[in-house]
Ligand binder design. Structure first.
Ligand code: ZN
Length: 206
């Protein structure tokens, strides 16, 4: 259906609509500057040159390229809410070593993580009420949106945690004990301090 519509409309192939959000404009502007100074990065190899991978949280305050000194082509960075060793994160790590040669891995959680501010019941209740953004108030999370919501959130394991250091240990051990992860790969655990920018090592029992 879409391809027919494209053929019929001379406007269908325009890359962007006339209305563009400010964010969309800013991102495209930034990208055009970036590409204009791209240099020889187009020649980078696919496997990460420095042969390591980082699993970390999606938190906007964390910039692994900056806090760990990465340039394009250096390392794999796998991110999700909390930096958890979810099935999908482990899938990525396995591809990372098996096909792309990484040999050392870092699991990096951080202080003040949003994953400490809710649990599976809280987010599922909020989602069941509405699909608007909830508010964090003095009395906890409050859903301020108009319904309907959905109960589908109850089927998701949200992987929340109460203590970043303990969650790092759990995640390193979960990766370590996976049958497709070889013992030769060192897995380092860290908590990134959002107040100082420092990585603080978390000792993980062997
Ligand atoms: Zn976080």
């Amino acid at each position: 259906m879409e391809s027919i519509a494209r053929k019929l409309s001379p406007f269908a192939l325009k890359p962007f609509p006339d209305f563009m959000s400010e964010i969309l404009k800013e991102v495209l502007h930034a990208n055009s500057s970036y590409a204009s100074a791209f240099g020889d990065k187009g020649k980078l190899a696919l496997p990460p040159a420095r042969r390591f991978a980082i699993l970390t949280c999606m938190d906007a305050r964390l910039d692994p390229a900056k806090f760990a000194g990465l340039a394009e082509g250096d390392a794999h960075v796998i991110r999700n809410a909390g930096g958890r060793a979810s099935e999908d994160a482990i899938r990525s790590l396995i591809i990372s070593y098996k096909l792309l040669g990484t040999a050392e891995w870092f699991v990096i959680h951080h202080t003040d993580c949003g994953m400490e501010l809710f649990n599976g019941k809280i987010i599922s209740d909020l989602l069941e009420h509405s699909l608007e953004t909830a508010k964090l108030t003095a009395n906890g999370w409050e859903d301020v949106g108009q319904g309907p919501g959905s109960s589908a959130g109850r089927k998701i394991d949200w992987l929340e945690f109460a203590d970043a250091g303990a969650a790092v240990v759990d995640d390193v051990l979960a990766i370590r004990s996976h049958p497709l992860v070889p013992a030769r790969i060192p897995i380092y655990g860290f908590v990134y301090n959002v107040a100082t920018g420092l990585l603080e090592e978390v000792p993980v029992p062997a």
